[in-house]
Structure formats: structure tokens, C-alpha cells
Write a protein that binds this ligand. Sequence first.
Ligand code: FES
Ligand code: FES
Length: 156
Amino acid sequence: MATFALTVNGKTRQIDASPDMPLLWAIREQVGLTGTKFGCGAAHCGACTVHVDGKAVRSCNVSVREATGKRITTIEGLSDRTDHPVQKAWIEIDVPQCGYCQSGQIMSAAALLAEKPSPTDADIDRAMSGNICRCGTYVRIRAAIHRAAQVSKGGA
Ligand code: FES
Ligand code: FES
């Protein structure tokens, strides 16, 4: 066990953990933010996606040691009032079904748009391919990403 200082959603949190503890565990169990979900635990499903220094990463596959000193953003910190363009598009298009995969989907989509403000269908498919939805909401996810891109550029 050792003490680590994690910067989560702009706040520094001291946690006691093994250096190899997955960041997902620290976020959920120690920081107490449960919007980031556990799915496979093996970097296959994307349910645990957060941003580390602005990039979408699988938090089940990043250790506390690796995350220390980096900027971690979870779904709770994506926007102040659930008003990120991706979140607004998700509501407008009514994307979620059971919802379990959706915070990971939104974090991947937000990272994609930050890097590529006008993604093509192929860009979306590539960026989102690691996020599995057992409810099959993929068509609405793609539509919502296009909608968020449009709104971000000032479109009605
Ligand atoms: S729980 Fe991390 S990718 Fe599935
Ligand atoms: S909405 Fe149910 S798993 Fe994606």
C-alpha cells in the first residue's frame, strides 16, 4: 500500500492503494464516483472509459501508479450541468436503453469530437469500436455524435 494523489475532475484526491490497483477501482471505491462502470475488467467493453489527459482510456486497464500526475476526467466531471454537446445530443436523440454502457460511450464520443470536430461515419466507427452496447444502441450513438458535432459548430 502507498499513498497516491489522483487529480479527478479538477480536484486532488489522496488515496491509499496498491500501485497496481486499476484506476477504475480507485475511481469507484475510493473517490466514490460510480458513473464509471465495471464491465469486463479486461479492456474489451469500454464501460469503464474515462479521459486521462484528454484521451479516452479504459480505466480497468490503467494502474493507479500510471494515472498519478495525470488529469483524470470521469462522466461526473465532463460538464458542469450535464450540458456537454455530447450529453445534450444523447438526451435529444434518446440514445440509452438500459444505460449501463452509456457513460463509457459518452466519454469515448467526447474524446473523439475533441480530436476530430467533424467525424465521418468511419471515424465514429473506429473511435467507438471498443465500446460495446449489449442493447444495440449503435445507430442512435452514431446519430448523436453527428448531432453533437453539428451543435458544437453552432448548427441549429
Ligand atoms: S470494464 Fe474496462 S473495458 Fe470493460
Ligand atoms: S444501453 Fe444497455 S448496454 Fe448499452
